[in-house]
Structures are given as structure tokens and as C-alpha cells.
Design a binder for this molecule. Structure first.
Ligand SMILES: [Zn+2]
Length: 295
């Protein structure tokens, strides 16, 4: 049944049917909580093939294993994220922390945390990425998908970047993070948001591997509804970042379908103006060139 993965409502509206690679993909927006999700959902077997057997890395990461260019990119992003944490939470990492990154990819962020003296561990389903990251950084990474079977002693810090939009049940994912986080621990999540259509077209923004599309509101609301307190919510490189701890103060209501539809309407309005401006500029430049050529 076409059920919202966040609030279980069966009332929804078909929002968009095209996606990256010009593939047909149905994305729905929930009438009740404004969450955007794909339907039909892919199966657990397909998830295993995609992430444990390296298909995703080949398709999205462009290679079966990271090369130097990839490390240069992931290390740059990792440093930016560490600086964000240092600015927003200057004291948190002043003592040794136990840290876990879910979907640690090339493990560059963990490498930076390790270099500051923290205890780090990664979970990454793709063996090729795990092996190369171990060689480069000597970091402890488990080759698996994060689910309720994951056992860990209580952790101070759990992070994941561009992971939650891929998981079939994001509510369970959040619950699982909560269960292994210490009471005074922190989580840091980053993912795409409908509040900033970063590719500048819904046809490329939606992507079959992104089974969930959060908004700045729906991500915060999900976390709060599972016992987190939003410490900070901010934009970085066109993506939404959230830092949260355990707590009960509620600041977010569920998102609304109307707000999401309005965001998209406004996006089309502005974007078509940009397109018109660009084509006008091109035409004027072309005309001037032709005139100058004649002189
Ligand atoms: Zn919903």
C-alpha cells in the first residue's frame, strides 16, 4: 500500500514522475505531513544489491573504489563539516569522544576526528570503499547496513551524511541512532532538502536511489518525534544540516503539503525567470557579436 513512511497516512498526491537519468519514478507528497517519498519502494534484496554489492558506488560515486581525486573531494568536505562543528559546538570535542559514522564512504570525516584524538568507527556497506579507506586511514569500519541488529556500546557522537534519504524506513533509522546514543550525546545529519532544489531541476533532483526527500521541517519534525532536541538546523552547500541531542522540547510541527507545493511553485517561477534572463542575455550577446563582426 502507498503509505507515508513517516506518519503512515495513505492520503497523498503524485508530485513528480521523472528523475535523474531520465528514468520514470513516482514521488508522492503526503497530505498529512508533507513528506516526499517514492512509491513503489524498492525491496530489501534490491537494497542489498545496490549497496552491499557495489552497484551504487559504480553508479553514483563513479567508481568501484575511491581514487586520489575522490579522496581530495571527500577530505575537503570532511574538513568543512568539522569546521561547522567547531564553530557551532566549540566545547563538545574538547574531551575524547566515541564516534560512529553511518555510511562512512571513504572515511575521511572519521580520519579527521581520529586525528583530534577521538575514538572512531564507521559502518559502510561497500567492501571496496571499506578496504581502501582502511589502507589510507587505518580506521575500524564494519561492512554492513545500519539496522536494529547493530550492536554498540553507548556513543557520544553519531553522524551520517547523505544516507537518510536512501533508507527504506527513516523512522526506524532514527530510532536506532537514538538507542545507541548516550543521553548527552550528539547527532549530526546532512541530506538534500526540497527547500533547496540543488540541481535546479526536479528532473535531476529526484533520483531513484533517494527513496526519501526531506524538507527542513520534515527532517526536524521526524527527529523531534523520536526524542531528539534540535540544537541547530542550517544549510551547507545546498543541503540541510541538523545537529541534535536527546531532549523533549518541541519546536517543529509536521510539514504541510501546501508549503511543499508552494515551494515548488515558487521554484518554477524564479527558475523560469532565470532561464528567460539567460536566453535574453545570450540573444543580446549574439546580436552584438554579429554587429561587431560587420564593422
Ligand atoms: Zn506523512
Amino acid at each position: 500500500m502507498n503509505t507515508c513512511p513517516l506518519c503512515l497516512s495513505v492520503q497523498n498526491e503524485l508530485l513528480h514522475t521523472n528523475s535523474r537519468g531520465d528514468k520514470y519514478l513516482e514521488n508522492y507528497v503526503c497530505d498529512n505531513c508533507g513528506f516526499i517519498y517514492t512509491y513503489p519502494r524498492i525491496s530489501n534484496d534490491e537494497i542489498d544489491n545496490l549497496y552491499l554489492k557495489g552497484e551504487f558506488s559504480m553508479d553514483a560515486r563513479k567508481s568501484y573504489k575511491p581514487d586520489l581525486a575522490k579522496f581530495i573531494q571527500t577530505e575537503t568536505w570532511a574538513l568543512e563539516r568539522l569546521h561547522i562543528l567547531e564553530q557551532k559546538l566549540p566545547d563538545f570535542f574538547s574531551t575524547k569522544k566515541k564516534c560512529l559514522e553511518i555510511g562512512s564512504g571513504a572515511s575521511s570525516f572519521l580520519w579527521l576526528l581520529k586525528s583530534r584524538g577521538h575514538l572512531v568507527k564507521g559502518i559502510e556497506p561497500d567492501t571496496n570503499f571499506v578496504n581502501v579507506a582502511i589502507d589510507r586511514y587505518d580506521i575500524d569500519v564494519d561492512t554492513l547496513l545500519f539496522d536494529e541488529n547493530y550492536k554498540s556500546e553507548p556513543l557520544d557522537f553519531i553522524c551520517n551524511f547523505h544516507v537518510i534519504e536512501h533508507v527504506l524506513d527513516p523512522r526506524i533509522f532514527v530510532k536506532n541512532m537514538y538507542s545507541i546514543l548516550k543521553d548527552d550525546g550528539l547527532i549530526y545529519i546532512e541530506c538534500p532538502t526540497i527547500d533547496d532544489i540543488y540541481t535546479k531541476s526536479l528532473d535531476t533532483f529526484f533520483w531513484d536511489v533517494h527513496v526519501n526527500t526531506f524538507s527542513n521541517v520534515s527532517l526536524a519534525w521526524l527527529l523531534e518525534s523520536e526524542g531528539f532536541l534540535i540544537n541547530d538546523l542550517f544549510m551547507h552547500r545546498g543541503f540541510v544540516g541538523v545537529i541534535a541531542t536527546k531532549g523533549t522540547e518541541l519546536k517543529y510541527a509536521p510539514d504541510s503539503k501546501e508549503r511543499v507545493l508552494n515551494l515548488i511553485k515558487e521554484f518554477y517561477k524564479t527558475n523560469s525567470k532565470i532561464q528567460i534572463k539567460l536566453s535574453l542575455k545570450k540573444r543580446v550577446v549574439g546580436m552584438l557579436k554579429r554587429i561587431l563582426d560587420k564593422i
